[in-house]
Ligand binder design. Structure first.
Ligand code: B12
Ligand code: SF4
Length: 654
C-alpha cells in the first residue's frame, strides 16, 4: 500500500536519470546542477520504500507475486513456490503446469519469493480458494514454505496440500513440512502431479499407478477414514507397478498414499513448458531451459549424482521451443542441464543453433564438466562473440585424494588444457566452482587448489561451502571425517576432522569477501595486487607465516589464497561483518590495505583502481583517488557493454 503511494515518484526516476545523462554532457555549471539532481534522486531512492521482490508488480490476478500463467477466476489447482529471488522464474512449476492436460484450464501458477512474508503469501494463496495447492519445496525455501503451509492448514484445513521438489524427495521422515502436507510426490513429477490431481478432483472412479513399495506401504497403513483398502482390488501392471482403482469423491483422496514416487517421465511424452514463460518473465527474469536431465557422474555431495539416467529432450522439439522464445525477444538463456557437454553432437547442434541467430546482447549460460571439450565443440565455442557465453565449470577440488573420497573423476591435464583454450582462444566467461570442507581437504590442500585455479585465470571462482543435501551419499563420511553440519537449511558444514569451527568461519568470510572483490568484476586489475611480490616482501601476515620475508633466503612464490585470506582477516577485523558493504567503502578499505598494510606505492595502486573504475563504466573518480590522479582524468569514462549481465560485462577487458 505504502509502495503504491510512492509509485508515481519512483516511476519518475527512469526518465529523470535519462534526462540527467543528457544534461551532463553540457558544460559547467550545468554539470554541477546535474550532479546535485542526481544526489537528490539517489537520496530519495534510499528513503522511499521499496516493493518487496524489487520489480514491477504483475498485471495478473495475484498481486505482488510474479505472474499467474493462466487467468482463472477461482482455480481448483494453484501451483506455487517461493523462489530464491524475484528474478528467478520457477521452471519446475511450468513443467507441471504444461503437463496438466485437461486440468490446465482449472489451474494457475502463483510465484513468490523468500523475501516476502509467509503471512502475506498465505493470505494471497487462501484468497485464490483452491481445492489443491501444489508447492515446490527447495533448500532455499523450505523454512519459509513450512510457515506458509502451517498457516494455510490452520485456516483452511480442507485445502489439499501436495508437496514436491528436491527438498522433499528424500529423507522425508520427520520433516515438519511433510507432517503438515496431505501428499508428497517425490522426484520428477511432470506427469505424476496431474495424475494425482485427477484422482483428487474426480467424481468418477479413476486409477493411479503405484510402485511395489508404495503398494506395500498402502496395504499396511490404515487409510485416514479408518478402513483398509482391499489389496485384492489392485491390478498388477506388467512392469510390477500397481494400477490402483481410486474411489470417487472430489477432494477426498482417500485411496492415495501420503508419499507417492513419480516414475521417471519419458521426455517424448512431455509437453515443453516454454510457452508458459510470460512476456513479463521474458522481460525481467532469468529464464531457465533444459535440453537434458540427469548426470552420469557420481559426485557424492550432489543431488544429481543419484542413480538417475541422463535423458535428452527431443532436439527438434527443443529447438522449436527455443525459436519461439527468441521470436518473443528472449536474449538470455540459462541452461540447467547438469552436464551440457555430455553428448557432443547435441551440444554442438544447440550452440550452432544459437550462434546462427546471435544478436547483440545475447547471453547463454551452460554447466560443463571441465575435462571434456573435443575439437568439434571448441570450434563452435570460439566463434561466439565476447561476453555472450558463460560456462559454469565445476572443479570442486584439485586434490586427487579428495576427488577419490567423493567419487569425482577429473583429469587435471585435460582440464588445464581446456581452460587455456577457453582463456586464450575464446571470449567465454568462466565461472569455476570450488568447495570448502570436503572429506580429506586440508587448509593447505584447498589453498594449493585455489592457487592452481587462479593460475588458470577463470574470470570468477565461486568458493562454496559444503552442504549435506538430503539424499546425497556424502553422509557416508560423517564418522570417518567427523563431519558436523548445520541442522538448518542449507545444512552447511560447521567443522570436520581437518578444519575446526574457527577455521571454517574464517573460510566462510574468505568466500564472501572473495565474491565481493575477486568475482564482482569491480577489481579485475586491483585483485592481483593483493598477492604481488612487492606486497609479499613488505608485509607480515599471520595467515602465512611460511611466507614471511626471511632476509637472505629467496621469497617463495606468493600464494593468492594466503594473501587473500590475510586481507579477509584484516577486513573482518575492521568491519565485523561480511554483508551490506557499500562499494565505495570497500574500495577505500582495499586501498588502505594495499597502501598501508602492504606498503604498495599509493600512486600505482590508485592508477590501478582508476583502470577498474573506468572499465566498469563508472563516472567521476571517488574522492580518495583524486589526489593521486591528474585532474583531467577525474570524470573520464569508458562505457561498458550494458546489454550484457552486469557482472560479466564488468569482467570484459575494455
Ligand atoms: C535454478 C537453480 C537455482 C536458482 C534458484 C531458482 C529459483 N527458482 O529460485 C539459484 C541459482 C538461486 C539456486 C541456488 C541454490 N541452489 Co539451486 N538449482 C537450480 C537448478 C540449476 C535448476 C532448477 C530447475 O529449474 N530444474 C529443472 C526442473 C524441471 O526441475 P526441478 O526444479 O527439480 O522440478 C522438478 C521436481 O523437483 C518436481 N517439482 C518441482 N516443484 C514441484 C511442485 C510440486 C507440487 C510437485 C508435486 C513436484 C515439483 O517436479 C519438477 C519437474 O520434474 C538445480 C539443478 C537442476 N538442474 O535441477 C539446482 C538445485 C535445485 N539447487 C540446489 C542447491 C543446493 C542450491 C544452493 C544451496 C547452492 C549453493 N549456491 O550453495 C543455492 C541455494 C540458494 C539460497 N538462496 O539459499 C540443489 C537442490 C537441493 C535441494 N534439496 O533443494 C539442486 C538440485 C542442485 C544439485 N544438483 O544439487 N539454484
Ligand atoms: S557435481 Fe556436476 S558432474 Fe558431479 S554429479 Fe553433480 S551435476 Fe554431475
Amino acid at each position: 500500500m505504502v509502495f503504491e503511494l510512492f509509485k508515481p515518484f519512483r516511476q519518475l526516476f527512469k526518465p529523470l536519470n535519462k534526462f540527467l545523462e543528457r544534461f551532463e554532457k553540457l558544460p559547467e555549471p550545468s554539470r554541477k546542477l546535474a550532479e546535485w539532481f542526481r544526489k537528490l534522486a539517489q537520496a530519495a531512492r534510499k528513503v522511499l520504500p521499496k516493493r518487496r521482490g524489487g520489480r514491477p508488480g504483475p498485471d495478473g490476478m495475484v498481486a505482488g507475486t510474479g505472474e499467474v500463467a493462466n487467468l482463472v477466476a477461482m482455480p481448483d489447482i494453484v501451483l506455487t513456490t517461493l523462489n530464491a529471488k524475484f528474478i528467478h522464474a520457477a521452471f519446475g512449476l511450468r513443467y507441471l503446469f504444461a503437463n496438466l492436460g485437461d486440468l490446465q484450464p482449472r489451474a494457475v501458477i502463483a510465484e513468490f519469493d523468500i523475501n516476502q512474508r509467509p503471512l502475506d503469501i498465505a493470505e494471497k494463496l487462501i484468497a485464490l480458494n483452491p481445492k489443491i495447492l501444489g508447492v515446490g519445496v527447495y533448500i532455499w525455501n523450505v523454512a519459509e514454505t513450512t510457515e506458509v503451509i502451517a498457516i494455510i492448514k490452520r485456516v483452511r484445513p480442507e485445502i489439499k496440500i501436495i508437496l514436491g521438489g528436491p527438498e522433499v524427495s528424500y529423507e522425508t521422515e520427520g520433516q515438519p513440512i511433510v507432517e503438515l502436507a496431505d501428499h508428497i510426490i517425490t522426484g520428477e513429477s511432470d506427469l505424476k502431479f496431474a495424475e494425482v490431481c485427477r484422482g483428487l478432483l474426480s467424481t468418477v472412479p479413476l486409477t493411479l499407478t503405484l510402485s511395489r513399495g508404495e503398494r506395500e506401504q498402502r496395504d499396511t497403513t490404515p487409510a485416514k477414514s479408518g478402513r483398509n483398502l482391499n489389496p485384492a482390488a489392485s491390478g498388477l501392471a506388467g512392469d510390477g507397478n500397481t494400477i490402483l482403482p481410486l474411489p470417487p469423491g472430489e477432494g477426498r483422496g482417500e485411496g492415495l498414499p501420503k508419499i507417492i514416487a513419480a516414475e521417471l517421465p519419458d521426455f517424448s511424452r512431455l509437453a515443453l513448458p516454454y510457452d508458459f514463460y510470460t512476456d513479463a518473465d521474458i522481460a525481467h527474469r532469468i529464464v531457465y531451459v533444459e535440453a537434458s536431465r540427469g548426470c552420469p557422474f557420481t559426485c557424492e555431495f550432489c543431488l544429481s549424482s543419484l542413480d538417475i539416467p541422463v535423458r535428452q529432450v527431443p532436439l527438434d522439439k527443443f529447438l522449436a521451443a527455443m525459436q519461439r522464445l527468441l521470436d518473443r525477444g528472449l536474449k538470455q538463456f540459462k541452461f540447467v542441464d547438469r552436464t551440457f557437454n555430455l553428448h557432443i553432437a547435441t551440444s554442438k547442434a544447440i550452440l550452432e543453433f544459437f550462434l546462427g541467430r546471435h544478436q547483440p546482447g545475447m547471453f547463454f549460460h551452460f554447466e560443463l564438466v571441465p575435462d571434456r571439450l573435443p575439437d568439434e565443440l571448441r570450434a563452435v565455442i570460439a566463434k561466439f562473440p565476447p561476453g555472450s557465453l558463460q560456462f559454469e565449470v565445476g572443479i570442486q577440488t584439485l586434490n586427487p585424494e579428495v576427488g577419490q573420497n567423493i567419487s569425482r573423476r577429473q583429469n587435471y591435464e585435460r582440464l588445464a588444457d581446456n581452460f587455456n583454450f577457453l582463456r586464450n582462444e575464446t571470449a567465454v566467461h568462466i565461472h569455476a566452482d570450488l568447495i570448502i570442507g570436503l572429506p580429506g581437504e586440508t587448509l593447505e590442500s584447498f589453498a594449493a587448489g585455489f592457487d592452481k585455479l587462479i593460475a588458470l585465470r577463470p574470470q570468477e571462482i565461486q568458493v562454496g561451502i559444503l552442504k549435506r543435501l538430503r539424499g546425497t551419499p556424502i553422509s557416508r563420511h560423517d564418522a570417518t571425517w567427523q563431519m558436523v553440519y548445520s541442522a538448518n537449511p542449507a545444512y552447511e558444514i560447521l567443522q570436520n576432522k581437518l578444519l575446526d569451527f574457527a577455521t571454517m568461519q574464517r573460510l566462510r568470510r574468505f568466500a564472501k569477501y572473495w565474491d565481493l572483490v575477486g568475482n564482482s568484476g569491480n577489481f579485475v586489475a586491483v585483485t592481483p595486487l593483493i598477492w604481488s611480490i612487492v606486497a609479499q616482501a613488505s608485509r607480515l601476515c599471520e595467515s602465512e607465516p611460511e611466507q614471511k620475508h626471511t632476509g637472505g633466503t629467496p621469497m617463495p612464490q606468493p600464494s593468492p589464497f594466503h594473501s587473500f585470506l590475510c586481507f579477509s582477516d584484516w577486513l573482518y577485523a575492521k568491519l565485523g561483518r561480511t554483508d551490506t558493504i557499500a562499494l565505495a567503502r570497500l574500495m577505500e578499505l582495499l586501498f588502505e590495505f594495499l597502501t598501508q598494510e602492504q606498503k604498495l606505492d599509493a600512486k600505482l595502486v590508485a592508477e590501478t583502481f582508476w583502470q577498474d573504475w573506468q572499465r566498469t563504466g563508472r563516472r567521476d573518480a571517488p574522492n580518495f583517488l583524486k589526489e593521486f590522479l591528474p585532474e583531467e582524468n577525474w570524470s573520464a569514462i569508458r562505457d561498458r557493454d550494458r546489454s550484457l549481465p552486469k557482472r560479466q560485462s564488468r569482467h570484459q577487458v575494455a
